[in-house]
Design a protein around this ligand. Structure first.
Ligand SMILES: NC(=O)c1ccc[n+]([C@@H]2O[C@H](COP(=O)([O-])OP(=O)(O)OC[C@H]3O[C@@H](n4cnc5c(N)ncnc54)[C@H](O)[C@@H]3O)[C@@H](O)[C@H]2O)c1
Length: 367
């Protein structure tokens, strides 16, 4: 069950999975970590971050962790997706061993999805599993990757090939940290926020649609992050390890998105841009199969464009994309299970779509 507590500074969602995991969202809460998590039973703390986040927030978070009186060690990873590798994991194991992190040790992941995924995987395997908490610092990590316990690294040139489901003991998201996010990273997160709106929460979509400016105030960001955390927590609670199919709703826009990333070898498009094009494509496919009224297409495309996200792609062969959609992770026995829309805020999972429909839409969007 999910319950909540509200006060003036922070908002707590109680995510009930195999491990109870409070999700705390607030403005300026990173300095007072002890208020939100009980560090008392831990023998030592290993803080993992990346070089950019270390420069911006490392000192502040170390100070907050030092206030616990626990022995603290810091591992700073290089920035970016390339750090999501087994080499980094090996480096992490050595670091944990050298710093005498034992079964009662705690890993704190301070950063975006890359740091969170690596730190979570380290926590899930080191000494057969030690506790970790997520301190997400990107919008994408606060609304998506820190929640739900999917942890892992890339392998053999493929994303997230090695990993596990391993829930954190707490997620503490401070929206004040988003002020330093570069616009491109903000857009990556916003693509996921729009995904929640389109697939699960029509009111969230309308709130975004009514917004005149591209920039968000901290109060608006806090509301958005809370809303998305509640949506994701609700899904994770009913399908923690992706067994019942309900979690697939979170993949709206990702079938074409992943295909685009594969076809462009991640060189030209960011993940958020690929997902934005993927959502535009999935909306058009929804219209073709009769699930969505055509009048929604300009509304969806205008919103994506207003937030600086693309809805068309150039220089990609639609046939390559069609091939790549067949290799989506959600493909079973050769059949791609599409997430489509019946309306804004009303996504449906596991929909079969004929190849000629996919071809028609992908030809439209690959200009
Ligand atoms: N586990 C999951 O369920 C899940 C879900 C979605 C995505 N992911 C993974 O998440 C990763 C992407 O995460 P991401 O978008 O956070 O990327 P990221 O972790 O690479 O962070 C993006 C960039 O922002 C910088 N940064 C982070 N916080 C900052 C801040 N507050 N101010 C300024 N700069 C900051 C980082 O140093 C980095 O350069 C991918 O590897 C993806 O596979 C995982």
């Amino acid at each position: 069950m999910m319950s909540r507590k509200e006060n003036s500074t922070e908002y707590v969602i109680k995510l009930e999975t195999v491990r109870r995991c409070p999700i705390v969202v607030g403005d300026g809460i990173i300095n007072q970590l002890e208020r939100y998590f009980d560090f008392s039973g831990y023998s030592g703390i290993a803080l993992l971050t990346d070089t950019t986040v270390q420069k911006l927030y490392g000192q502040r978070v170390m100070k907050a962790l030092e206030a616990t009186g626990k022995k603290m060690s810091l591992l700073t990873l290089p920035v970016g997706e390339r750090a999501k590798s087994l080499n980094t994991v090996e480096r992490g194991y050595r670091f944990l061993l050298e710093n005498n992190i034992d079964r009662k040790g705690l890993i704190c992941a301070l950063g975006g999805g890359v740091v969170g995924d690596v730190a979570g995987y380290l926590a899930s395997t080191y000494l057969r599993g030690i506790n970790y908490i997520q301190l997400p610092t990107t919008l994408l990590a606060q609304v998506d990757s820190s929640i739900g316990g999917k942890v892992g690294v890339n392998f053999g040139g493929k994303k997230n090939m090695v990993g596990s489901f391993y829930q954190p003991s707490a997620i503490i998201g401070d929206v004040a940290l988003l002020k330093s996010l570069p616009p491109a990273e903000m857009r990556n997160g916003l693509a996921e926020v729009i995904k929640y709106g389109l697939a699960m929460d029509g009111e969230l979509f309308r709130l975004l649609d009514q917004k005149k400016e591209r920039e968000f105030t901290t109060a608006e960001l806090k509301d958005i992050v809370i809303r998305c955390c509640r949506l994701k927590a609700g899904i994770v609670e009913v399908d923690e390890t992706e067994r019942t199919g309900q979690r697939a709703i979170l993949n709206f826009g990702h079938t074409v998105g992943h295909a685009l990333e594969a076809a462009t070898k991640l060189q030209e498009l960011s993940h958020g841009e690929a997902v934005a094009i993927g959502m535009a494509a999935a909306a058009r496919i929804s219209v073709e199969v009769g699930g969505l009224d055509r009048s929604n297409i300009p509304v969806i495309e205008n919103l994506l464009s207003r937030f600086g996200l693309p809805v068309y792609c150039q220089g990609v062969n639609p046939e390559d994309l069609i091939g790549a959609t067949r290799f989506d992770k959600k493909t079973t026995r050769g059949q791609t299970g599409w997430v489509l829309l019946k309306g804004i805020g009303n996504g449906v999972t596991n929909q079969p779509v004929a190849d000629d429909v996919v071809r028609k839409v992908l030809t439209e969007i690959c200009r």
